[in-house]
Design a protein around this ligand. Sequence first.
Ligand SMILES: Cc1ncc(COP(=O)(O)O)c(C=O)c1O
Length: 448
Amino acid sequence: MPRRTSESAALFERALAVTPGGVNSPVRAFNAVGGTPRFIESARGAWLTDVDGNDYVDLVCSWGPMLLGHAHPEVQAAVQAAVARGTSYGTPTRPEVELAEEIVARAPVERVRLVSSGTEATMSAIRLARGFTGRDVVVKFAGCYHGHVDALLASAGSGLATFALPGTPGVPESATALTLVLPYNDRAAVEKVFAEHGDRIACLITEAAPGNMGVVPPEPGFNGFLAETCRQYGALFVSDEVMTGFRVTRQGQWGLDGATEGWRPDLVTFGKVMGGGFPAAAFGGRADVMHLLSPEGPVYQAGTLSGNPVATTAGLATLRLATDEVYAHLDATAEILKAAASQALSAAGVAHVVQATGTMFSVFLCDPGAGGVRDFDDAQRTDTTAYAAFFHAMLDRGVYLPPSAYEAWFVSAAHDDRAVATVVDALPHAARAAAAAQEDNPQMTRHA
Ligand SMILES: Cc1ncc(COP(=O)(O)O)c(C=O)c1O
C-alpha cells in the first residue's frame, strides 16, 4: 500500500537543484534502497510525520541521539527556557559545566572538552594523542566510522601492516599515509602491526562497539585486549563512543565491558545522545593527557559554538532523564523487535542474523555461518537488494528503518506498545518482500 509522497518528491526536486544529492548528509538519501527520501515535517515520541501527512514509527531516532523520543516535554521546556536567555554568548556558561560534570560522573573520563560534532571529537582526540605521544601513526579498523576526518577516511592498503589509501577522492595520500587499517575483532592483526610499528603508533581508535557496518559487537575481551596492547607500546587507546555513549548503557559500551573487566580507555569521544538532538559532542579522558589541550597546554583546539548553551541544556536534560528505568525499557523493546524480526524472516525463509550491543541492534540479511558477522568482510555479504525490498515494505506500512543495510536500528523511551505493535505487524510483510527479492536475485543465499 504505497503512500502519497508527492510533497516529499516536490521538495526533493527543489533540494536537488540547490544541494548535492538533495541532502545534507549522504545516508539520508535513499541511494542504497532506491526511491525518494521522506521529508519530515514534525516528530513526537516514537513517531515521525512527513510533509505528505504520513506517520512512521521511527527506528532511526536521528541516527541515535533521540534516546527519550522526539519532542520530550521536559527537554523541550529546558530548551525553550535556554533560548529565551539568548542562544550563544561566546563565553563560559553554567550548562556546559553541568554537562561536563554529568559526563565525568558517568563515563571513564577525568576531563572533558565540548565540541559540536562527533567528527570534531575524533579529529581532536587524534590530534591530542599525537601531541601527547609525539608519535604520528593512527590505527583503525575497517568498517568503523569515526566521522569524516581525512586521516580516518582510509581504506586498507595491500597488506595488513601497510599504510592506508584514501577512502574517498579529496583526501590526499599524505593524509592517510600515517593510518593503518585492520580487520575488526582480529587480535593477530593488532599484534602484528604493533610489533612492526609500535614505537610510531600514537593511538588506536575503535568504535567502542561498531554500529556503522551494522552492529558488530566486540568479541569478549577484545576492547580490553586493545587497551592493554596500547599500554604495552605506549600508545593511547581511543574509544569512540559517539554512537554507543549513553545509549548502550548509562555509561555506554564501557559500562558493559570496561567497568567489569577493570580497564579504562585513555581518551573517549562522545556525541549523539549527549547532545539531546542538538549539535553537541565531546572528547575526554585521562587528566594528564587532556591537560595538554589549549589553553592549559600547547595542543590547539577550539570552536565558536563549542558548549553552546542551548545544545548543552538539551544534552544535560536528556542525560538527567536517562535513568536506569529508561535503559530497562530500551532493552525490553529491543528484545521484542529483535525476536519479531528474526521470527518473520525465518518464517519467510530468509537467511539472516540479528546482532546487538545493548539496546542497539541490526538485522543482516545473510548467512554468515556460526560465528555471526565479526568484521566488515562478513558484513558486506548482506543482501542489499533484499534489504531494499524489506525497507520499502516497512516504509509502506509506517515504519522508518535506516535506508541502508549497514546501519543500527535505534529505539527510544517513547517506543510504547502501539509503536512496537506497528513494527511487529509490518515485519512479516517485509520479510516476504525480502524473500521475493531473493527469488529474483538467486545468487544470494536463501534458506531459513
Ligand atoms: C562512532 C561514530 N563516530 C563518529 C561519528 C561522527 O559524528 P558526527 O556525524 O556528529 O560528525 C559518528 C557518526 O555517525 C559515529 O557513529
